[in-house]
Design a protein around this ligand. Sequence first.
Ligand code: AMP
Length: 276
Amino acid sequence: MGENSERQWCISDFEIGKPLGKGKFGRVYVARERESKFVVALKVISKEQLEKYKIHHQLRREMEIQFSLKHPNVLRLYGWFHDSENVFLILEYAHNGELYKELSRKGHFSEQQAATYILSLTKALAYCHDKHVIHRDIKPENLLLDHEGRLKIADFGWSVQSRSKRHTMCGTLDYLAPEMVENKAHDYAVDNWTLGILCYEFLYGAPPFEADSQVDTFKRIMKVDLSFPSTPYVSSEAKHLISRLLVKDSSRRLSLQRIMEHPWIIKNANPIGVCS
Ligand code: AMP
């Protein structure tokens, strides 16, 4: 599949299997390429929906960015095609589905599992940032797991390819950095903030600034109103890492390189990216 990415595909090249899920703009099915028997996820987006929500440009940007990214922790987009009614995205199949479901099922992750996911995410983000891509919408729903439990960043709908500070408002409030909540210019460090939020959520089961209303979440983010519950037990090294990422001044947040070298990561993460 990978080597043949320049090839023109059409729907009859695939046997369509069970539905995997339904997103805002389309349905996703497991599918198998007839010739190679290669299993993929096929995302079907109706042109009518694209028309209605005027998201052609966003989709094209998402496809071009995702197509150019080749990293073990970034969901591959192998190619795309369309017919008169739909656009089809040929995606890497993430057999174990959404990380969010695994988190809901378990309540929270062990330090080993959380550190392994944070290291995988950090490596993927370092790769994206090198290519001048800021994801901006990293949250558990956009993280998938492959057949070995390896984390894959999916959904590049809000990402941008940029060399300068950005100004647009986007994303879900709980995961937004203060500079985005305030609609100020922001850069790569927004993804570093999100790593702090996710690290907290993986260990405690809920994001740190959760509140009954959006206004209260907003206030808590702006104050960086961070506290660590006493249960479940979480080591002081993990809390140190979280505190060094959830820093209001974006220039003072721990860099991706420093996250990879942090004692909590070194002690707990599996560098292969697979949780035992
Ligand atoms: P989306 O439209 O991208 O939000 O996808 C809808 C749902 O389909 C997701 O929540 C996942 O559960 C599932 N899904 C999407 N892409 C894949 C994939 N590549 N592999 C496995 N499941 C997927």
